[in-house]
Design a protein around this ligand. Structure first.
Ligand code: ADQ
Length: 463
């Protein structure tokens, strides 16, 4: 790559994964995911560059081009992966921002490392940006970057988007480094959140912590105006909608149902294996419905896909054991030869197989205890042009603001969850279609393209 860019994405990870073949040859493959899909066209149009870690510790790669994007790898040592990524990002900030559903770890050396790594990202962005460039920083791993970057390059237009919830101020208050983090974010011209509630929490905190005033969506610092607003992220509706119309995907969906023994109801959960996702709660509800004889084993099958995630963090290892024990118990009690009521997969899937699974499922069960948005809920809706399929959705997912026509549940209320799952299974086709139509109208209008363009328009319009 030569020269500097007028548009930069700064994210913890690059949008590519490195794969090494058995014979030792290595290559880069574009990682699946909405963010890349949304941002790739903007990058191509604007001669953009993407800064992020390659995913391989202790490796220093040179900048390279892939799919018309300039990629600038930022190196991380194994110790930095442990302290900055697994530590401060995923053992401190992640649980704290998700309503403390697991206890956050507060360790000074993790914080120190977080600050150092943020500095490295800011310096790399400062070096890569041309005069007056637009820089869009992504997510909780890089909250100090906006202020560090502004210090180095006051000429830039800096945006920040937080993909996870921003917590109420009484929770945020626990952070020993609360002031530094808020000041870090305030280095941006625009701070984007998933929900209006996140933006409101942030603005209240600016007043309480720093004595700043705010009005509407503007926070006033000594010499600048910072905008704080909600931009609910979405999915590539068009891509999924056409994928599930392909005969091969339709056939695969039928095949999946047949492999499951053609039960009356196929229930589905698709999540990263994370304690915020409420996987245990939904399995408990399903297990009790079987215990009580309100569902018979052949009547419904629950397919739970749990993508491996953050496996070196203690809390995640414990969660995996807990879930697998729970699945084993329920299946142990209710299986018959050849028929298991819960089909559990600790695996990653390609887009096509995932789309076929969504299409095959009668009831999608999305029950996070707290979630910034939850793309799975929107992906499910995008895959049901047939207007079949019921979405059971937690009130604590950001997606609940937009998908009011789903069956909303409180995942902490096991009885309510059981009732709602049964209601969703037994609803009339007319009711199911009416709800699905309403949800599809929303997701098709507010797709991921719209999310990115609304954010960038707000960032580039003068305050
Ligand atoms: P996540 O916590 O990862 O994202 P989510 O929004 O549901 O949660 O996105 C998960 C993505 O991974 C989906 O696109 C899904 O299809 C994919 N996926 C899940 N399991 C898979 C599997 N087994 N195989 C392949 N793909 C799989 C964070 C926040 C969310 C927010 C997003 C985007 O926690 O609240 O919605 O970022 O901002």
């Amino acid at each position: 790559m030569t020269g500097r860019s007028s548009f930069l994405i700064v994210a913890n990870r690059l949008p590519v994964d490195r794969t090494v073949e058995p014979d030792g040859t290595a290559s880069w493959r574009r990682s699946p995911g909405g963010l890349v899909t949304a941002i790739a066209p903007v990058m191509q149009r604007r001669d953009g560059a993407w800064l992020g870690w390659s995913g391989a510790p202790d490796e220093d790669f040179k900048p390279f081009d892939q799919d018309g994007m300039n990629l600038i790898p930022i190196p991380l040592s194994s110790q930095e992966v442990e302290l900055y990524y697994e530590g401060f990002s995923n053992a401190t900030l992640w649980p704290l921002y998700h309503d403390v559903v697991a206890p956050p770890v507060f360790e000074r050396r993790m914080w120190e490392c977080y600050r150092e790594v943020n500095e490295r990202f800011a310096q790399a962005a400062a070096d890569a940006a041309e005069q007056g460039a637009v820089v869009w920083v992504q997510d909780y791993q890089l909250q100090l970057v906006p202020a560090m970057l502004r210090e180095l390059r006051p000429d830039l237009r800096i945006g920040f988007f937080l993909h996870i919830p921003f917590p109420p101020d009484e929770l945020f208050w626990r952070l020993p480094w609360r002031k530094e983090l808020v000041e870090g974010l305030l280095g941006a011209d625009l701070v984007g959140f998933q929900r209006p509630g996140g933006a409101a929490n942030f603005m209240r905190l600016c007043r309480r912590l720093l004595g700043l005033s705010y009005k509407g969506s503007e926070v006033y610092s000594e010499d600048r105006v910072i905008k704080a607003q909600a931009f609910p992220i979405s999915v590539d509706f068009g891509e999924l909608d056409s994928l599930v119309r392909e005969p091969a995907i339709v056939a695969r969906a039928k095949e999946i149902r047949a492999e499951l023994g053609d039960p009356e109801h196929v229930l589905l959960g698709v999540d990263r294996l994370d304690y915020t996702k409420g996987i245990g709660q939904r399995l408990e509800a399903f297990g009790e419905l079987l215990d009580e004889g309100r569902l018979s084993p052949g009547e419904a099958v629950f397919v739970q896909i749990a993508t491996p995630s953050r496996e070196r963090v203690d809390e995640y290892r414990r969660l995996r054991d807990d879930i697998e024990l729970q699945v084993g118990r329920i299946n142990g009690e209710h299986s018959t030869l050849g028929l298991q009521p819960i089909q559990y997969f600790h695996q990653s899937y390609g887009r096509r197989e995932l789309a076929a699974l969504y299409l095959a499922a009668d009831v999608m069960v999305v029950t996070p205890l707290r979630d910034g948005m939850n793309l799975v809920a929107k992906e499910y809706v995008s895959c049901h042009h047939d207007l079949r399929g019921s979405l059971v959705l937690s009130e604590f997912a950001g997606a609940a603001d937009e998908l009011r026509a789903s069956w909303l549940v409180n995942p902490y209320d096991v009885e309510g969850l059981k009732r709602t799952m049964l209601t969703a299974m037994r609803a009339t086709p007319h009711d199911i279609a009416r709800r699905m139509r309403t949800m599809r109208r929303r997701v098709s209008t507010y797709d991921v393209d719209r999310w990115a363009s609304e954010f960038l328009t707000a960032l580039e319009s003068p305050a």
